[in-house]
Design a protein around this ligand. Sequence first.
Ligand SMILES: O=C(CO)[C@H](O)[C@H](O)COP(=O)(O)O
Length: 208
Amino acid sequence: MTKLQVAIDLLKTEDAIALATKVAPYIDIIELGTPLIKSEGLSAITAMKEAFPDKKVFADFKTADTGSLEAEMAFKAGADYVTILGSIDDATIIGAVEAAKKYDRAVVVDTIGVKDRVKRAQEVSKLGVEFVELHAGLDEQSKPGYSIDVLIDEASKAGVPVSIAGGVNKNSIAKVKASGAVVAVAGGAIYGAEDPAAAAKELKEALS
Ligand SMILES: O=C(CO)[C@H](O)[C@H](O)COP(=O)(O)O
């Protein structure tokens, strides 16, 4: 079954925890977005894991170097998953995977900015990562003509475990599920909704 991940791109830990409290019943993975971690630091990860010990906590570090060091920082703070950029050298991903083995946690590779996401997903899947995020970032999504259908098509071709992030919402969720993605990542569709709990519930039900 496709899991549901909420991407929390807010800037304050207390706001992130308040949102997670509303949506937790419908969510499998709680993602602390890169801006939140940059704003609040590692303490945001620790606070989220302490508030939700039974949920997977995902630290969206988007690490570009010193993979082992940064992954260890995330895991020590309480993260279950850390992201490493797919556009960088394999050595960074391998270092992070070694740290994940030490802490019994997992690495997710983020393909933001990668030209051939399917090829890179297949390459890095051989390095021991948990899954690969087929990702169009918020800036890419704002460009004219963007459609999540590109990511959905790639997920169906990848042949390795992938998540989809980049405009998952109630209109696209059925196609995301049908693509075989192991995780659907929804940010704005949940934290930007008038009723985040209802939005998360609707997405979760569509994945069931
Ligand atoms: O990682 C991110 C930006 O770099 C976002 O969290 C991700 O793109 C999901 O957000 P949305 O569902 O709002 O597109």
